[in-house]
Structure formats: C-alpha cells, structure tokens
Design a protein around this ligand. Structure first.
Ligand code: ATP
Ligand code: MG
Length: 261
C-alpha cells in the first residue's frame, strides 16, 4: 500500500509546557508531562510525570485503566492540546479518534478521500488516489456505500484509510477496534498489521486490550491509574504476523496484565 504525501513538508513540532525543548525530533517524544483539566468539581490531573518515546516507524502500544489519560496523551501528541508542564515533540501526527466519526452524508470513498480534499486536491484526483486502497483493505465494491450501509469493521477500515491518507508520518490511534466484536477485531488487527508492514509509519496505539497490544506493537507501555504515567514497558521482539496462541505472546500478555495490576 502506497500513500504519497501531497502536502508540503511540515516541520517537526514541539508543544511545550515549561521549559522549552529543541524542536527537531524524529518520531515522538513526550517528557515528564503534566496535564490538568479544570472541571466544575475542581482540577482533574489526567497526566502527571508521563514520558513516552516512539522511534520512527516503531509501533508503541499504550495500555492503561479507563480515565488514566490515554486519549489526552494522543491529543497532546497531535497538538490538539498543550501540556501544563513538560514537553511534547512529534513529527506531524494525525489522530484517529475512539469513534470513527465518518460523515454520514458522504460515500465511503469520499470519507476516505476527505484529507486529500482538505489538502486542495480536486475531487477526481482525491477519489483516484483513495480508490485503489479500498481493495487492499478488502473494501472493494463498497466505495459508493454510505457509512450506515457498512459493518462496524468496515467503517473502522474506512476511518483508518482516511487517517493514512492524511499523509502524516505519525499515526495516533485511539482504541481503533474497541467497538468491534472479537472475530471482526482479530481481522481488523490483521489488516492493520499488514498495512503497517507495507506502509510503515510511527504509531502510538492506545488500546485496553493487552493481547492486541502484544500482537501489534514493538513495545507496550503500561500506564498507572489517573493521573497517568508510564509504570512499565515491555519490548515485543517477535516476528510478524504474530499468533495470539503463540506461547511467547501469551507470556508477554500475562506480564503486561501483571504490570497493570
Ligand atoms: N475536556 C475535559 N474536561 C475535564 N476533564 C477531562 C476532559 N477530558 C478528559 N478529562 C478527564 O481526564 C481524565 C483522563 O481522560 P482521558 O479521556 O484522557 O482518559 P482515557 O485513558 O482515554 O480513558 P478511556 O480509557 O475511558 O478512554 C479523566 O478523568 C477525564 O474525566
Ligand atoms: Mg480514551
């Protein structure tokens, strides 16, 4: 799968709380970040002392209990929020949110091609660029389907195509398969795995599924309950594609679950 970038090269970006850090970074680097929301019930510290790195073309999975700041972390990496302290530096990153957020009035093809339209390609050029990718993700024949005519797994694949077509070197994926049933989820993991092998990107993959983390990632970072910070890290040095029944996968899954407490 080849997704060319039409966008002018963007400079790596540093979003800084304090103090400021050099802007040049390859991949993703989050250092000692604190992020506090203000709410009616008072301040809520989502992250405190959170650090994480992803090398170029590395897939880092992030697991942690609900509310520990995982979505906050991805939004910081994508520059949608700023840290209150610490530094976040990343090559340009695109966020795939927890819900697929397809436009209900657009076809699957136009939904996937949306970032190309935003980047000022003509509709015809955008469709031509997006169309061949449908076959690669097993979506051929559904280009003109409306989102409500697609299964959950197909919607997620369209949303993923849209994320890829944004042409950014870093993908921030927020529980991309959480809404899928077990079988569809395994299929979705397989296409993500092969898509990333064909089209390597730097990936930060948030998931609450430890097995998914071990099957897909080069490294698994385990976060503490809120305020979230990294409390353990497991390196997954197993050939791909990985089978969830492989004893080495099972062993790493158990170790990650132990670290989660
Ligand atoms: N805009 C906001 N205003 C106030 N509090 C917020 C806001 N966004 C998130 N929070 C709080 O920050 C904490 C972390 O939220 P976040 O969504 O990052 O967690 P999460 O790890 O992604 O959770 P989940 O696994 O349930 O998706 C939560 O306690 C949440 O209530
Ligand atoms: Mg979340």
């Amino acid at each position: 799968m080849t997704v060319e970038s039409e966008a002018p090269a963007e400079e790596p970006r540093t979003v800084t709380g304090a103090p400021r850090e050099a802007a040049a970074v390859r991949g993703v680097r989050v250092r000692d970040v604190r992020r506090v929301y203000s709410s009616r019930r008072g301040p809520v510290a989502a992250l405190d002392g959170m650090s994480l790195e992803a090398q170029p073309q590395e897939t880092v999975a992030v697991v942690g209990p609900s509310g520990c700041g995982k979505s906050t972390l991805l939004e910081l990496i994508c520059g949608l929020q700023r840290p209150d302290a610490g530094t976040v530096a990343s090559e340009p990153a695109v966020y795939m949110p927890q819900r697929d957020l397809l436009l209900p009035w657009s076809t699957a093809l136009d939904n996937a091609a949306l970032p190309l339209l935003v980047r000022r390609l003509s509709r015809r050029q955008a469709r031509e660029r997006a169309r061949p990718l449908f076959a690669e993700l097993g979506l051929d024949g559904f280009e003109m389907a409306m989102p409500h005519e697609l299964s959950g797994g197909m919607r997620q694949r369209v949303a993923f195509l849209r994320t890829l077509l944004a042409g950014k070197p870093v993908l921030a994926l927020d529980e991309p398969f959480a809404s899928l049933d077990a079988l569809t989820r395994q299929q979705a993991q397989a296409w993500l795995d092969s898509a990333l092998r064909r089209e390597p990107r730097t990936v930060v993959l948030v998931t609450h599924d430890v097995e998914e983390a071990v099957v897909l990632a080069d490294r698994v970072v385990v976060m503490s309950p809120r305020p979230g910070r990294a409390v353990a890290e497991l390196r997954v040095e197993l050939v791909r594609p990985r089978r969830r029944t492989d004893p080495a996968v099972v062993d790493l899954r158990e170790r990650a679950l132990e670290a989660l407490g």
